[in-house]
Design a protein around this ligand. Structure first.
Ligand code: PEP
Ligand code: MN
Length: 342
């Protein structure tokens, strides 16, 4: 449930509503919107369905939200949230943001070379895994802290931000020390303890969609982060598993406008994991921009044939730079389309 205050409501009127909510054993989060203050009621609101909040002075309306997620919803927070990663802004009217880098950090030279290429194409964020969730326990599992040190060094050298995956609570402090954005991998979208823990760090969180995650489950996963007072969630659409086997995953681009309709948090696309095939990455990146995504995350490698993971979906310097040119063209067209909508 949310309580929308009148634009003329006073501090006392707001406090009276908040106190009543707390008396009922619920918690609140307050969103100071452009015109209205919105009070989100957190907890089991069934107990207060009958409280006549509408008759409190200063209350404009009470809306029962049927979704289980609230802080993540557009109803609670009508304006777009812009996630600020040390000056790189993602969401709202900000420019499309690109995150690029290898699937795995393989060494200092490799990640520096990736950073050089990524930057040359206009990426602001360097990606690379140091803790890798691999299907086979015999596959390369990541360089761990050594890898974190390399990606931090490479990103600093090229004036970029870092996004890297944190797989478990045990390594959260370590990953948070080196990374600007904490990536929650698809396999951990519903690791609720991990979501709570990353939420508490206050850092921006790149929340991948689960391999079989529904939109509703994904939004609820974001809610686990938001309820920790962390409003820096970035959704990452990376494809879902369907009956189709010709592509690695089925890239669900309709998630982009749908998430934007249901939530205020930004959403970026991952055409690399979404398709699994390098020459499908650029077309789907273009499509992601056209669908209204706030950015993308893409895998690149100086030598994909010898990559330690995800070589088949990795772009070379040449194919990456080409894609970025194409993406820029679609971005300009999208800016014109957004101007028409206003
Ligand atoms: C990755 O980004 O390399 C990765 C493992 O992604 P996902 O969790 O989407 O599979
Ligand atoms: Mn990968």
């Amino acid at each position: 449930m949310i309580v929308i205050m009148k634009s003329s409501a006073t501090r006392e009127q707001l406090d009276r509503v908040v106190n009543r909510v707390k008396k009922e054993g619920l918690d609140v989060q307050i969103n100071q919107g452009k015109d209205h203050v919105v009070i989100g009621l957190l907890g089991d609101t069934h107990t207060i369905q009958d409280v006549a909040f509408n008759s409190y002075d200063g209350v404009e309306d009470t809306v029962k939200i049927s979704n289980t997620y609230k802080l993540t919803s557009r109803e609670f927070h009508p304006q777009d949230t812009v996630v600020d990663v040390n000056g790189v802004k993602i969401g709202g009217d900000e420019n499309f943001v690109t995150m690029a880098g290898p699937c795995s950090i393989e060494g200092l030279d490799q990640i520096r070379e990736c950073a050089r290429i990524a930057k040359a194409g206009g990426a602001q964020v360097l990606r690379g895994g140091a803790f890798k969730p691999r299907t086979s326990p015999y596959a390369f599992q990541g360089l761990e802290e050594e890898g974190l040190k390399y990606i931090r060094q490479a990103a600093d050298e090229f004036d970029m931000q870092v996004i890297t995956e944190v797989m478990d609570e045990a390594n959260l402090e370590l990953v948070a020390k080196y990374s600007d954005i904490l990536q929650i991998g698809a396999r951990n979208m519903q690791n609720f303890k991990l979501l709570q823990a990353v939420g508490k760090t206050g850092k921006p969180i790149g929340l991948k969609r689960g391999i079989s995650g529904t939109i509703d489950e994904w939004l609820n996963a974001a809610e686990y982060i938001a309820v920790q007072n962390n409003n820096k969630v970035i959704f990452i659409e990376r494809g879902i598993r369907t009956y189709e086997t010709a592509t690695r995953n089925t890239f669900d681009l309709s998630a982009v406008p749908l998430i934007k309709k249901l939530s205020h948090f930004p959403i970026i696309v991952d055409p690399s994991h979404g398709t699994g095939i390098w020459d499908l990455v650029a077309p789907m990146a273009r499509a992601g921009v056209a669908a209204g995504a706030d950015g993308m995350i893409v895998e690149i490698h100086p030598d994909p044939a010898n990559a330690w993971s995800d070589g088949p979906q990795s772009l070379t310097e040449k194919t990456y730079l080409n894609m970025m040119q194409e993406v820029n063209i679609i971005e300009k067209a999208m800016n014109e389309i957004k101007a028409l909508e206003k």
